[in-house]
Design a protein around this ligand. Sequence first.
Ligand SMILES: Cc1ncc(COP(=O)(O)O)c(C=O)c1O
Length: 380
Amino acid sequence: MKQLYIDHAATSPIDPEVMSAMVDNMLSISGNPSSVHRYGREARYALDTARAVLAASIHAKESEIVFTSGGTESDNLALLGTAYARQSEGKHIITTAIEHSAILKTAQALEKDGFEITYLPVSKNGEISLNDLQEALRPDTILVSIMYGNNEVGSRQPIQAIGLMLETHPAYFHTDAVQAYGLEELNVDELKVDLLSTSAHKLNGPHGIGFLYVRSQTRLNYTMFGGDQERKRRAGTENLPAIVGYAKAVELAEETRADKRDSYEKFKQIIISALDIAGVKYEINGTIDNSLSHILNIHFIGASVEAFLVNLDMAGVAVSSGSACMAGSIEPSHVLVAMYGEDTPVLKESLRFSFGAGLTKEDITYVADETVRIYQRIVK
Ligand SMILES: Cc1ncc(COP(=O)(O)O)c(C=O)c1O
């Protein structure tokens, strides 16, 4: 039986070339980049080289890249760092109802500390409205944090238009680009963002490494106390092998971006036409037109998500519900709740397919066929 991993938005397998770049680094470099001797200088050179690759990938300066332990830390640093650096100017922050918990829980912590947070609603397509943002902006708004593309339904937000709107407002603009980085071409100047979060394990890089882009002159308090690494913005000895692996993963992602996007769009069509041909009753959560190419979230009308997931798993297909299963009870996805409200079967009948490197049309045809077969069995 085939074993197919269709959950690349959760995490993606490490590329063997990334692994070998990391192993080479570990075997050949033993110094600390902060040391002045020859061993330190070698490590510093490897660090600078990787930093240059990552900076160039988003059209940033090398000095604007702050290495972190991943998307969660980048998001925390963007919010907490801005909030505490700028609290004398205002304590109002705007974000959206569909952010990752790394943003939402940080925002909640800030609320407990006297900050006021506006959570912008989204449409049924999972998109915010620019009018809502314009109306929410206040003179004391110090930060707007809006994700580039959603991890559950894939909806993309109008980041460039938001950047333009904020040009005349003093608030910093942060985007969580964890799901978009690698597949979307990101240019921090065109997007006019001040802060941007990324994470390596979403693009076939290692776990536990990411960066926060911080535009020059952006005032940011550090959240980790210790050494002066990363221009005093993030203390702790840099995770050099992971950083080297990250740069390799990004180089590979850039080489394969166009082909991957093209394949993933086709994968979506393969699944959708199989459902159409078989007369499966479904709705797409989000839209096909304005979504990240690797994410397809579908509401299978009348199909319990638990039964679906278990049956797909038995057929060798690993997908996700986009909801956290805790102690047997399914917590409804806050993203779907924001899109459709609390009182709808969509919350218990939706599956997320997310594509990644190595998958073929034949694989996805198998996934589509199994999905149809299981749907027909569990929905009488
Ligand atoms: C949109 C988004 N932001 C942040 C994160 C957190 O990233 P990490 O797992 O690197 O901490 C994720 C991971 O699922 C994500 O999808």
